[in-house]
Every structure is written in C-alpha cells, then in structure tokens.
Design a protein around this ligand. Structure first.
Ligand code: HEM
Length: 393
C-alpha cells in the first residue's frame, strides 16, 4: 500500500474512532450524576429507552436492575472511572494526528502523559470496583467480569509498554501498543452501541444477554482491530532473508480454525436453558471475518512477491485461526467457583484475545527490529547472522 493510501486510511480510522468517542462522551460523563442527584436523569438510559423502550432499557434483565445497588454504594469510584476514562479517551484520539506530532511534538508528549495518568486511574478504579463487588446476577455476570479485568490489565500494560518502547526510541512498537491500548478503551462506547443498537435485530434477548453478545464480538474485534489497524497503516519494506512458505501451512491454519470452531460450538451446545446457544455465532462470525481479511492480505502480498508483508499477514492469520482453540482451552482453566456455563462463556469472551495478541506482538517486534536495522546499519554490521537467510516462519 502506498503512503497516500495509508494516510487516507489513517485519517478514516481516526474519524470513525473520534465519532464513536464523541457520540458516547456525554453519556459516559453524565452516567453517575443520578447516583448523586436522584432528580438527574441518565442520558444513556434515556437514549436506550427511546430506541428500545423501558422494558429493555431499565426493567428486568437490564444493567439498572442488577447493578444499581452496587453503583450507588461505590458511586465515587464509578464517578472517577467514568469521568477520567471519558477524558482519557478523548485525549488519546489526538495522538493519532501526524500533523500534531510533527508540528507540535511537545503537545503530543504532554497529551500522552495526560492520557497515561487519567487512563491509569480510570483502569485502577475499574479494578477496585470489580474487586469490591460480586459479579452481576445474570448468566453473563462472572464471564463478563473476567473480560473486564483482562481489559483493564491489557489497557494498562499496553500503554505503559508503549511508553517503555518510546523511551528506547522504538517508534514502531510505541505506535502499535498505543493503538492497542486505545482499541481497548474504545470497547466502552462500542459495547454500549452494540447493546443499544442490536436489540431490534434480536428482540428476544434482554439487555444483559446483549452485553454478552457485545463482549463476545469485542473479545475478537478489540485486539483484532488493533492488529488490522497496524497492518493497514504501516508500510512494510522488503526484508532480506524472508522466503515464501509452502501453501500447506495456510491449509493447516484453516484446518485448526475449523476444528477449534467445531469444538467450541460443541461446548456451547451444552449451555443450559435459558442461555441461547446462538451466542457462539457472536464469537465465530467476527473471527471468520478476520480470517477472511488476513487471508486476503496473504494472497495480495504473495501475488506481489512481498514476502515480509506476507509473513506479517500469515502470523496474524495464525492468531485468528487458533483463537477458537484458545477459547475452548480457556473454558477449562477458569476459577473453580465457575459453573460450566460461566466457563464456556468466559472462554469465548477472553480466549480469542490471547493468540491474537501474541501474534500481533510477534509482528510488531519483527517490524520494529527491521526498522531499527534499516535506520541504524551498524546493528546489522555487528550482528553476524543478520544477513544470512532465515526461515520466515
Ligand atoms: C477498557 C477499559 C475499561 C474497563 C476495563 C472498564 C471497566 C468498567 C467496569 C468494571 C465497570 C463496572 C461494570 C459492572 O460490573 O457493572 C464499568 C462501568 C462503566 N464504564 Fe468502564 N471500563 C473501561 C473503559 C471505559 C471508558 C473509556 C469509559 C468512558 C468513555 C467508561 C465508562 C463506563 C460507564 C459509563 C460505566 C457505567 C456502566 C454502564 O454504562 O452501564 N469505561 N467500566
């Protein structure tokens, strides 16, 4: 992809992310006001009521019905989490502006520091809230709690790793892991868009079941979106030593994806009433879309003979292809207090992110090393094996 196309795509991604964040910010900021002033109204519940009616938005099976007491008891913690989270997300979006980075690097640095501080407090208060309250009383409750914990830790870890990277002047890793952290932050507005927007499509679900739907989708889409954004906005120059691999490796990835999908589907068929077995589709459909997109990336790179680019797409393909296996395995390592149903749902929500993140990390590390070799030729000269052909994995 040429630089112009990449710039257009970067801007497009930025506009979509900014629109999502800006539309949601007022709702997030206002969310806790009714907990301090009962006469105030929740705009989020108001929008949801207008779109889906009060039965869905605030009656049985809604967040209000199962979480109001916990929110009221920990309202200061929730106020800090939601307010700082909303401001942090707004600041984060400015970090993608290349104009700002180039013309006013000091502003980029200070905005980055502010994001880190606000995001860190927001994530720590989220973890405090989760520690202080039992899971929501609904069949998605325990599994959703594991996903929220993973999201909080993942958001914190990736942003702080991005800071470590830039202190070592590793711009590629810095941008990649900041994108990952911000993709995780964007799950907050996206989850609400899903639970409000999807109800007309699946009217038989209550709101909390649709939080489960959104969490299954975002368990793939958040780390996967960060990986795809990295690929689509990053130029991959040719790299000495990368060689094409035989087609059977792609066949193997496809077979593992199919086997994992069948196994995880088999598990979800064991879910007891009233848990809908169709939940599995919200894990598998985004995964197979991602597999199709990465396969397309592989084919395009292979056709052009761009072996370094093909390797990046191939590694990501492996991340998505092994995700349903990981979901199945994750279902077996959850806390003993979990029921079989909690475990299976947690597998779908959390399992996919693990191989996708590992493969993303491999792609970023290889890209960062190749970039360092190009910009600092003395590294290559002093590394005896660097110019020798290497297996491209
Ligand atoms: C990925 C990072 C995030 C994590 C891990 C996280 C975690 C949490 C947790 C644990 C709760 C309480 C849920 C419960 O058990 O009932 C919560 C609620 C909430 N969070 Fe976050 N959050 C994140 C990002 C954000 C951001 C960026 C915003 C604002 C833009 C936000 C706004 C809210 C709001 C408004 C609620 C109230 C619940 C509701 O909307 O129904 N969160 N979050």
């Amino acid at each position: 992809m040429n630089n112009h196309k990449q710039a257009v795509l970067s801007r497009g991604l930025f506009i979509v992310a900014a629109a999502v964040a800006v539309l949601y910010l007022p709702l997030a900021m206002n969310y806790t006001w009714p907990l301090f002033h009962p006469e105030a109204t929740s705009w989020q519940d108001g929008v949801n009521t207008v779109v889906n009616g009060p039965g869905y938005a605030t009656a049985d099976g809604s967040v209000q019905s199962v979480r109001h007491a916990a929110y009221a008891e920990h309202r200061v913690v929730l106020l800090v989490h939601t307010t700082l989270g909303a401001v942090a997300l707004t600041l984060a979006l400015f970090q993608f502006s290349s104009r700002l980075r180039e013309r006013r690097p000091a502003v980029h640095r200070w905005t980055g520091r502010a994001y880190l501080a606000l995001m860190s407090v927001s994530m720590l208060t989220a973890l405090i809230f989760l520690y202080a309250t039992p899971p929501a009383e609904h069949f998605i409750g325990p599994a959703f709690e594991t996903q929220l914990r993973a999201l909080a830790v993942g958001t914190l870890a990736s942003a702080w790793y991005a800071v470590y990277a830039i202190r070592k002047r590793d711009v590629i890793s810095h941008r990649a892991w900041m994108t990952y952290s911000i993709a995780f932050m964007l799950t907050a507005p996206l989850l609400r868009f899903i639970w409000i927007g999807i109800q007309p499509v699946i009217p038989q679900h209550d709101l909390l079941t649709n939080i489960g739907v959104g969490s299954l989708i975002l368990g793939v889409a958040a780390p996967g979106g960060a990986a795809l954004a990295f690929m689509l906005t990053q130029h991959t120059p040719p790299e000495a030593g990368t060689t094409p691999v035989s087609a059977w490796r792609y066949g193997a990835a496809g077979a593992i994806a199919l086997l994992g999908s069948l196994t995880y589907t088999g598990l979800t068929l064991r879910l007891p009433e009233p848990i809908p077995h169709t939940l599995v589709a919200f894990h598998l459909v985004p995964l197979w879309i991602a597999i199709a997109l990465t396969t397309l990336g592989v084919i395009r790179a292979r056709t052009r003979g761009a072996t370094a680019r093909e390797r990046q797409w191939r590694w990501l393909l492996w991340g998505f292809a092994t995700a349903p296996v990981s979901a199945t395995l994750f279902s077996m390592i959850v806390p003993p207090a979990f029921t079989a149903a909690d475990a299976i749902i947690a597998g779908g929500m959390d399992g996919a992110g693990i191989p996708i993140t590992i493969c993303f990390a491999l792609v970023v590390r290889a890209a960062a090393r190749a970039h360092a070799d190009r910009t600092d030729p003395s590294r290559v000269a002093s590394a005896p094996t660097a110019s020798a052909p290497v297996s491209s994995g």
